[in-house]
Design a binder for this molecule. Structure first.
Ligand SMILES: O=C(O)c1ccccc1N[C@@H]1O[C@H](COP(=O)(O)O)[C@@H](O)[C@H]1O
Length: 207
């Protein structure tokens, strides 16, 4: 059964609803150019109200040390998602579990990247779109994903309630990550889509 991360959380109501539907992780975007950007204060306030066993994920795109520390100093629960061009040494330097997002550019060598980011707790695979670091709403060719991997793989990019069943059946990822596919408007979740997405993601399991 795939775990589910609902990303782009900007308010407590959406966070608690996603958890009630079975979300395993919630993503908070600290990239100021994103329409889903939340301030460290708002995000840490939401995190302080989350029940146990739900992981808050702090998403950064080539952020400064100061910006990262400003967020993670607010709670010991944070896991970091690096979604830019961060190097392995930088990702590991915070002493906090981290996920490295790789954007599936046609010439990306996944074997090399998995080796480089061996200190990551998981690798997230997202669609590549020039000039856009993430949240593109676009899928990529899932056939490019390795069938076996020592590292947990999180599938992202253009997932929706319509394609999530096919995605989990075809890829069998450790987890799936969605942002735009379950929104009413940018930064506000659509409760029907969130519930439907999580139910479908968790309904299929490899025998
Ligand atoms: O959500 C954003 O605005 C965002 C901005 C910058 C980097 C990553 C971002 N989101 C992540 O992108 C993928 C795919 O999102 P989508 O489902 O296609 O909308 C996902 O990992 C989000 O966490």
């Amino acid at each position: 059964m795939a775990r589910v991360k609902i990303c782009g959380i900007t308010n407590l109501e959406d966070a608690l609803f996603a958890i009630e539907c079975g979300a395993d992780a919630l993503g908070f975007v600290f990239y100021s150019k994103s329409p889903r950007y939340v301030t460290p204060q708002v995000a840490n306030n939401i995190v302080s109200k989350l029940p146990p066993f739900v992981a808050p994920i702090a998403l950064f795109v080539d952020a400064s040390n100061e910006q990262v520390n400003d967020v993670i100093s607010g709670s010991s629960r944070w896991v970091i998602q690096f979604h830019g061009n961060e190097q392995p040494e930088e990702c590991a330097s915070y002493g906090v579990s981290y996920i490295k997002a790789l954007r599936m550019k046609p010439d990306l060598n996944l074997t090399t990247e998995f080796e480089r980011f061996s200190s990551a707790v998981a690798i997230l695979l997202d669609a590549y779109k020039a000039g856009v670091p993430g949240g593109t709403g676009e899928t990529f060719d899932w056939e490019r994903i390795p069938r076996t991997s020592d590292k947990p793989i999180i599938l992202a990019g253009g997932l929706t309630p319509e394609n999530i069943t096919q995605a989990v059946m075809q890829v069998s990822p450790y987890a799936v990550d969605v942002s735009g596919g379950v929104e009413e408007t940018k930064g506000k979740k659509d409760f029907i889509k969130v519930k439907d997405f999580i139910f479908k993601a968790k309904s299929w399991s490899k025998q």
